[in-house]
Design a protein around this ligand. Structure first.
Ligand code: 4AD
Ligand code: MG
Length: 432
């Protein structure tokens, strides 16, 4: 039996005759030669088929095969520096396993709405394939980094009894006799409990926000990694975030160079992403914004344009810290020097990709926390367990959340977040 080889493994089979199982991505013909671009999931490669080198029925089958037909090719792997992926296949046999007709997504330009409607098929395209592979590398790098640093993965629940990041973006779900449950907006509160059990923890899972705004930076379902550390302060959390981002970018540059090339990403911009990142106090960020003509009043949160204005001033991610307590979540520890500010921070990606990380130090005093719950109109009853963490061995702790789709959008240099997740969920779309 001939060995079936994945295109990604061609390098180890140069000069050998192998079988490739996959789909016909594209083809062209010059009478006596057919050039068959096939994809097998691991990559794309060109099969060169000479009429004289294959049986007549094989030649005819290849001629009949349309885009996205399921195909089987046998041929000898040849190294070719000019070929995408570095190899070609000199085809000696061809079989049509499923004759596809009229694949909806053709090499011509399609509108986004059409592509989103056919997302299940669009995923096969070379660019989408590259994006999803970058995403996988990002996820793997995040896990490797945190695991190597001694963090314990503790998954947090998706059904939760209360809000974590504000009550305006909650998705309610009927939950038996318990009333309404909410899809998690963040695993942070649970991380704080597990940090008291394990010291350094992270959760990494889907996160839900009923974002009513239709922006290119928001999904209603996205993935967030959230590390949390006991006996840590704002500074510690941000150093961890900075090192994590540098590690992730370096790993993608190292292992996904081919994909970044497919995406025509300017990798020189990514090569700048090295520690230390610039740090900007909220007051200074506001000063910078006003110099640049922003009308956003001091004391409020940044808009998307503000984030871009700030990021433009730097060649790597920038940390903005000590936001006004009034515009941040209820759990933020106040700055002891200026209690109107919070020990919170955002990290903004360069090149206008906006906030990729949000985090800070948590209130460790039970009384202050209770006061904040009331101020934010949150139901004390649902947070009893959370208050317990301040009653039984309270400890300084800090952490952050990093949105995977935001990071992948930035690293890939994409226009919109929706391409970074296989099946995006947005305000107006839940199909396919
Ligand atoms: O800044 P956020 O809301 O922070 C939290 O949820 C904290 N509880 C995290 C923590 O400290 N453990 O969200 C964190 C990150 C953002 O910086 C952004 O990257 C991403 O999550 N994010 C979104 N990504 C896609 N679509 C949305 N609607 C997002 N909302 C937040
Ligand atoms: Mg935020």
């Amino acid at each position: 039996m001939m060995q079936t080889v994945r295109i990604a493994d061609f390098a180890a089979h140069v000069g050998e005759e192998v079988r490739v199982l996959g789909w016909l991505h594209n083809k062209r013909s010059s009478g006596k030669l057919q050039f068959l671009i096939v994809r097998d999931g691991s990559g794309f490669a060109q099969g060169v088929m000479a009429k004289a080198a294959v049986p007549a029925p094989d030649w005819a089958a290849a001629e009949a095969a349309a885009q996205e037909a399921t195909v089987e090719l046998v041929g000898k792997v040849r190294a070719d520096k000019r070929a995408p992926g570095g190899h070609e296949l000199d085809v000696s046999a061809f079989a049509l396993l499923h004759a596809t007709q009229e694949f909806p997504i053709t090499p011509k330009e399609h509108g986004t709405a059409f592509l989103m409607e056919h997302r299940h098929l669009w995923l096969r395209s070379q660019r989408q394939h590259a994006v999803i592979r970058v995403r996988h590398a990002v996820v793997k790098a995040v896990r490797d980094f945190l695991d190597e640093q001694g963090f314990t993965l503790v998954d947090t629940p998706i059904f939760t009894p209360a809000a974590c990041e504000g009550t305006t973006t909650l998705f309610g779900v009927p939950y038996f006799d318990e009333g309404t449950a909410y899809l998690t907006q963040s695993g942070q509160l649970y991380n704080e409990a597990t940090a008291a059990a394990h010291g350094k923890v992270y959760c990494f899972g889907p996160t839900f926000r009923a974002e009513k705004s239709k922006t290119r930076r928001h999904l209603t379902e996205f993935w967030m990694v959230e590390p949390e550390m006991a006996f840590a302060h704002l500074q510690d959390a941000l150093e961890l975030a900075q090192n994590l981002i540098c590690f992730v970018v370096a790993r993608v540059l190292e292992t996904r160079a081919e994909e970044l090339k497919t995406l025509e990403r300017d990798v020189s911009k990514l090569a700048n992403v090295r520690a230390p990142f610039p740090w900007l106090h909220y007051d200074d960020a506001m000063k910078l914004l006003h110099e640049k003509g922003s009308q956003t009043p001091h004391g409020s949160d940044f808009g998307g344009t503000d984030e871009t204005l700030i990021a433009e001033a730097f060649d790597r991610p920038v940390v903005v810290h000590r936001f006004p307590a009034a515009i941040k979540a209820f759990y933020m520890e106040p700055d002891p020097e200026r209690p109107d500010l919070s020990l919170s921070a955002d990290i903004l990606a360069p090149e206008g990709y906006g906030e990729i990380v949000g985090g800070g130090e948590r209130i460790s005093d039970a009384e202050l926390l209770l006061k904040r719950l009331h101020e934010h109109g949150l139901p004390e009853e649902s947070f009893r367990w959370y208050l317990d963490l301040r009653r039984f061995g309270s400890f300084p702790h800090a952490g952050f959340g990093m949105g995977i789709e935001r990071v992948v959008t930035w690293i890939c240099g994409l226009e919109h977040l929706r391409e970074t997740i296989a099946f995006p969920r947005t305000l107006y779309r839940i199909y396919p």
